[in-house]
Design a protein around this ligand. Structure first.
Ligand code: GAR
Length: 190
């Protein structure tokens, strides 16, 4: 199974997927890594691993993902013969035509127990709300914001002395375990 990974940041989830492939626990190949941020460390990690990379040129928009750019992304993923698109810290909202080209084949990892705390900085939202438990979710991407069908979740306790950073760090440990496992599940359904 050929994976296309989209990310905007450090790429630790991409690394976890890569590590699972390397240790034989995930039967897949990362065909391409695309980022909307030319300075994102995810691109550096991919280059180091010899994985083809590409830039998603959002025409200077900070958060918008213009439809024509989404069509370009779809074309790049198709050219790389991608079977499954994995959003890994990708901070733009995916819509058609990207979704229409990969129906049921785009998944995302989110740092909360969805449906709780969709959107940005979910771990900060959890801390501010004073919940005793948060976690992470891998889900199919649909037209909403972090609303698609859930594939897997993992719980993480919120500790009394947690800061936003310490909570996010512990959630990420679970993310790195969860994402490869979720990809295995999705692969078995394709
Ligand atoms: C992860 O915690 C992921 O769940 C989150 O961004 C981080 C990316 O880390 N995604 C979202 O908040 C999406 N709404 P990484 O670049 O090290 O994988």
């Amino acid at each position: 199974m050929r994976l296309g990974i989209l990310g905007s940041g450090s790429g630790s989830n991409m690394q976890a997927i890569l590590d699972a492939i390397a240790d034989g626990s995930l039967d897949a190949e990362i065909a391409i890594v695309l980022s909307d941020n030319p300075d994102a460390y995810i691109l550096e990690r991919a280059r180091k691993a010899g994985i083809p990379t590409g830039l998603i040129d959002c025409r200077g928009f900070k958060t918008k993902y213009p439809l024509e750019v989404q069509a370009e992304t779809a074309a790049a993923l198709l050219k790389a013969e991608v079977d499954l698109v994995c959003l890994a810290g990708f901070m733009r909202l995916v819509k058609s035509p990207l979704m229409a080209v990969f129906p049921g084949r785009i998944i995302n990892i989110h740092p909360s127990l969805l449906p709780a705390f969709p959107g940005l900085h979910a771990w900060k939202q959890a801390l501010e709300q004073g919940v005793s438990e948060s976690g992470c979710t891998v889900h199919y991407v649909d037209a909403g914001i972090d609303t698609g069908p859930i594939i897997l979740q993992a719980k993480v306790p919120v500790l009394p002395d947690d800061t936003a950073e310490s909570l996010h760090e512990r959630i990420q440990v679970e993310e790195h375990r969860l994402y490869p496992e979720a990809i295995r599940i999705v692969a078995s359904r394709l």
